[in-house]
Design a protein around this ligand. Structure first.
Ligand code: FNR
Length: 185
């Protein structure tokens, strides 16, 4: 049976390096994983006043997450933290209180940056939030990828550096095993 993975990429940029990274990881994954990229750029900002009458677009995001078995977060680093667009999506899917759509779903956090730290600080902040939201997160390997114009992943999601391919394959293998462990299947 196929395992549905909800992918949340924290960049809206057309040529996002983080989206490239997500595509590269998908290409390395076994067929049993079906990845679904969730659109988060058009979500109205979260407002607690609307908890009693959740807007349809917010409900749709929650339903999309609920319909998935596992989670993959791919985040850039904006000013040493998680981009607002991703945090907004997480806040929406976590509410109204008691209906957190993420709870119990196995997840992983990876990311890329043009900086040498490869979005490490943003990922650490994101891990904090996801731990609170009861997401069992893969601990290792951490994936901090530094991008330059020529790689290590091209615009089609093709990995252009052998050591990156080997490293990302190791991540994917651990992620798949983690998902099976948590889902018990
Ligand atoms: C950045 N960038 C950045 N990089 C980093 O390593 N640490 C940081 O704190 C920041 N801060 C930051 C803030 C804002 C508002 C922008 C627009 C950018 C650079 C960032 O890594 C780079 O733009 C990446 O290309 C963003 O990822 P995507 O859009 O390519 O996926």
């Amino acid at each position: 049976m196929s395992i549905k993975v909800a992918v949340l990429v924290g960049s809206l940029r057309k040529d996002s390096y983080n989206r490239r990274l997500a595509r590269a990881v998908e290409r390395l994954a076994p067929q049993e994983l079906a990845f679904e990229h969730l659109e988060i750029g058009d979500l109205p900002p979260y407002n607690q006043d609307l908890d009693g009458d959740y807007p349809p677009r917010w409900q749709q995001l929650k339903q999309q997450i609920q319909a998935c078995d596992a989670l993959l977060f791919v985040t850039p680093e904006y000013n040493r933290s998680v981009p607002g667009v991703l945090k907004n999506a997480i806040d929406i899917a976590s509410r109204p209180y008691g209906t957190n759509a993420f709870a119990g779903k196995p997840g992983a956090v990876i990311g890329a940056s043009v900086g040498a730290t490869g979005s490490a600080l943003a990922q650490q902040h994101l891990r904090n939030t996801l731990a609170y939201l009861d997401v069992p997160l893969l601990g290792q390997p951490e994936v901090f990828v530094q991008f330059k114009d020529d790689g290590p992943v091209d615009a089609q999601g093709e990995i252009t550096v052998d050591s990156t391919r080997t490293f990302l394959q190791g991540f994917v293998d651990r992620y798949v095993a983690w998902v099976h462990t948590i889902l018990k299947r």
